[in-house]
Ligand binder design. Structure first.
Ligand code: SER
Length: 603
């Protein structure tokens, strides 16, 4: 079974179980400041998991492109990826454990679908903790389907519990499904979850049945949801009897391009194979991030920083394989060719993808040159004072501040007869990692969006701003991106000139006028075609016939959107544009805030 066939089989199967197929979302979460990337299919569905009705109903399924970089250091092994596709099915307060497990089992083992032998299937379940009891129900259901005790592993909260991403919210135990590859175990403790590659995790069913309160208690949740996620790359690898995700047709053209550009064949399993995998994975992720509609480019903050890190890491490993400047082009072309039939945005943004990769590679070359100069200086000083070991802190400074890779430092030092204090390097590295991990963990947790009152108000203000910009600048104005934190909104839109102070003032005036009129904000459900026929702005490519929600702000604006919004515009406060600047070619960016409502009365 190929990747294309798997996606189709999954969606077909869940359609027969009454699920509506919904479109996947952008890789960049909309209006959610708590995470940098879409990390799971459930992520864009958070409002519905919290109880808002979804226009397509209570049973949903789809294929979602995801980025997770929390495990970036594990990439290069047999199964970890920073970009992957996730197939998912959801119950929004509808079916629960019984059906979810029965359908997972049926899809995995039925000969009409994946046809895995039930003997190759191992599962883990929640073992229980102070928070909640052991998931006896899940254990019982698996047994009913013929999975014996010795293939059911109860594991602690750190393994078999999902959410909440924030401090509070819905969460619950999960059951994870693994395929036994048939290889020898790595030791007596080898079990599902072990990293040696014997067991491949391919699917996770989360049972959201608790709500974590502010006081850290877990209370039963009124609406029981199911949230599942199946990894496409891993499942296809298992279907094809491969030992790594890089050996299927999903990666073949990418590996081939790396092979041609480096003049090497990918060996089975060594440092060279690891370099091949890292280049393949990171290039694929970079192409998907650059190809996303939101127009992220390499930078020093947020998503741009993650993108930069992926590209530079790929360049580093490419140099190790002897690949020269410009190697990204054929590799990226291979990714675009392999995926454009499902993700047409890659083809549409081909120009930007290729040029940004080239530019970032060139910038990294400069960084390396600077790091080299710094290292030369340090070595000179060491020679003068007869030092023969480069302090670990210094190697780390070169790595951290100059982006100079440790192996380059080691190599150059070796040529000069100087050692490197690797232990010192590792302890500086760990100390730094612990500090930054706290931030990274926060940013990468798959999870619940921030639907605080302020972000909801800013979200409604974004709709009013969008329409006001069209009135002042013209109908060509179209949203290119939106990002909301509790402090401000950021709005990117198509327009190719700097806005004049007069235009900015006019836009502010219109927005504040709509706020003053206290217009009602209403929502209706309809098909995308109806929404368009009624003049609603629709931003993302949704499938033909799919039901959508349309939010209207009086007669002023009408947009297809998932919400949530305030119920009247009077709740917003005073709107103020704090910055207007270029975002990329032909795209402008506005940052705006809502000032306290009380100031409206006085002004
Ligand atoms: N949210 C769960 C996961 O990402 C199931 O989709 O594993």
């Amino acid at each position: 079974m190929t990747g294309n066939e798997l996606r189709q089989a999954y969606l077909d199967f869940f359609k027969t179980k009454g699920h509506a197929i919904i479109t996947g979302s952008s890789l960049i979460p909309q209006n959610d400041p708590t995470v940098l990337f879409t990390t799971a299919g459930m992520h864009p569905l958070v409002p519905y998991l919290l109880g808002e009705p979804h226009p397509a109903g209570k049973r949903l399924c789809n294929c979602q492109k995801c980025i997770r970089t929390g495990d970036i250091d594990d990439v290069g092994d047999l199964s970890h990826l920073t970009f992957f596709e996730m197939l998912g099915n959801w119950s929004l307060g509808d079916y629960f454990k019984e059906e979810a497990i029965a359908w997972s089992f049926e899809f995995l083992t039925s000969h009409s679908y994946l046809g895995f032998s039930p003997e190759s299937l191992f599962v883990t379940v929640f073992a229980g903790s102070e928070a909640a009891p052991r998931d006896e129900e899940a254990i019982m259901i698996w047994k009913k389907h013929g999975i014996p005790d010795n293939r059911i592993f109860p594991l602690p909260m750190s393994d078999n519990w999902w959410g909440p991403a924030g401090q509070t919210g819905p969460c619950g135990p999960d059951t994870e499904m693994f395929i036994d590859t048939g290889r020898a175990p790595c030791g007596p403790d080898c079990r599902p979850g072990c990293k040696c590659g014997k067991f491949f995790e391919i699917w996770n069913d989360v049972f959201m049945q608790y709500e974590k309160t502010q006081h850290g208690r877990y209370l039963p949740l009124k609406q029981h949801n199911v949230d599942t996620g199946m990894g496409v790359e891993r499942t296809v690898a298992m279907m094809q009897g491969k030992s790594s995700v890089y050996e299927t047709e999903l990666f073949a053209p990418i590996i081939q391009a790396i092979s041609e550009a480096s003049g090497r064949r990918m060996p089975d399993n060594d440092e060279i194979a690891r370099a091949f995998r890292i280049i393949a994975d990171h290039s694929r992720s970079a192409v998907f991030i650059l190809g996303d509609e939101q127009g992220i480019v390499p930078g020093n903050l947020g998503q741009g920083y993650v993108l930069r890190r992926l590209i530079r890491r790929a360049v580093r490993f490419a140099r190790r394989l002897g690949m020269r400047e410009g190697f990204f082009r054929p590799v990226a072309e291979a990714v675009i060719a392999a995926y454009s039939h499902i993700y047409p945005e890659l083809e549409q943004n081909r120009g930007r993808i290729l040029s940004e990769l080239d530019k970032e590679e060139a910038r990294f070359e400069e960084t390396l040159t600077r790091g080299m100069a710094e290292l030369d200086k340090v070595l000179q000083k060491m020679k003068e004072s007869c030092q023969t070991v480069l302090p670990g802190k210094m190697a780390f400074r070169l790595y951290d501040t100059y982006g100079f890779p440790l192996e380059f430092t080691k190599e150059i030092c070796r040529e000069q007869g100087v050692g490197v204090d690797l232990e010192g390097f590792t302890s500086s590295f760990e100390a730094h990692r612990n500090i930054s991990r706290q931030g990274v963990d926060k940013a990468f947790k798959g999870g619940l969006a921030d639907h605080s009152e302020m972000t909801t108000r800013l979200h409604t203000a974004t709709h009013i701003l969008h329409r006001s910009l069209q009135i002042v600048l013209g109908d060509h104005v179209r949203q290119k991106g939106s990002n909301i934190t509790a402090e401000r909104l950021r709005f990117d839109f198509v327009h190719n000139a700097k806005m004049t102070p007069e235009e900015i003032r006019k836009v502010e005036e219109i927005v504040n006028d709509v706020i003053r009129k206290d217009l009602p904000v209403t929502v209706e459900q309809m098909t995308l075609e109806d929404a368009k026929a009624r003049g609603a702005t629709a931003l993302f490519t949704t499938k033909y016939g799919e039901m959508v929600k349309v939010y209207s702000i009086g007669d002023f604006s009408k947009e297809v959107c998932g919400g949530p919004h305030v119920s009247r515009t009077g709740a917003l406060g005073r709107f103020k544009i704090v910055k207007e600047e270029a975002s990329s070619a032909g795209v402008r960016r506005i940052r705006a805030v809502l000032e306290d409502t009380s100031s409206i009365a006085s002004g």
